[in-house]
Unconditional design. Structure first.
Lengths: 48, 143
């Protein structure tokens, strides 16, 4: 949810046309999710 | 020989009235954009941006309240509380209506309450971006 809302705001700030905004929002959302998963895996050894 | 008696300002246009007006209303647009997320853009006739900022800021803030995140008070004994208040207050009317959305009060004993605290602060930060954007559009620096 956090990624969705923040990506929405960033998309409208960074891009002007509808198609480019949609691409940017989807790209930003995917990056949020992927980086979150990557950080979670990096922290996994420390949680044990 | 060139005529060098001309004064430096001869031939230059005076400041346009709309430029002066823009620099006058830009701070007012910023205040309005702070108070109601997206309203500054709405007044500037940027309908899609207005809706996007309202949904983004409102969604983050309400989600944070539903998760029972901590809402920082104006007076706090430590600097983190003060920073948290500044971040929360940037969401404007959503901060003022915190008691309405979070009637049961915060509950940070569980992890979800901690997430809620971050969501509420993020709402303020996103609205801050919207305020800066609305100000730049109103002052003519951004189309």
């Amino acid at each position: 949810m956090f990624a969705l809302f923040v990506s929405l705001a960033l998309g409208f700030l960074a891009r002007r046309t509808f198609a480019r905004r949609v691409c940017y929002v989807l790209w930003s959302f995917a990056l949020f999710v992927l980086v979150s998963i990557a950080i979670a895996w990096l922290m996994y050894p420390f949680s044990r | 020989m060139n005529d060098t008696t001309a004064t430096p300002n001869e031939g230059s246009a005076p400041p346009a009235k709309h430029t002066v007006l823009m620099h006058t209303i830009a701070p007012a647009i910023a205040v309005v954009a702070w108070f109601v997320p997206g309203l500054g853009h709405l007044l500037l006739r940027r309908w899609p941006r207005a809706l996007a900022f309202f949904v983004a800021v409102g969604g983050l803030a309400v989600s944070g309240y539903l998760m029972r995140g901590n809402v920082f008070a104006p007076r706090s004994p430590d600097p983190f509380g003060t920073l948290g208040f500044i971040a929360d207050a940037c969401s404007g009317v959503f901060y003022l209506l915190a008691r309405v959305f979070e009637a049961a009060g915060p509950n940070v004993s569980r992890a979800i309450g901690d997430y809620g605290t971050r969501f509420i602060a993020a709402a303020g930060v996103v609205n801050l971006l919207g305020i800066c954007d609305a100000y730049e559009i109103a002052s003519g620096r951004r189309r």
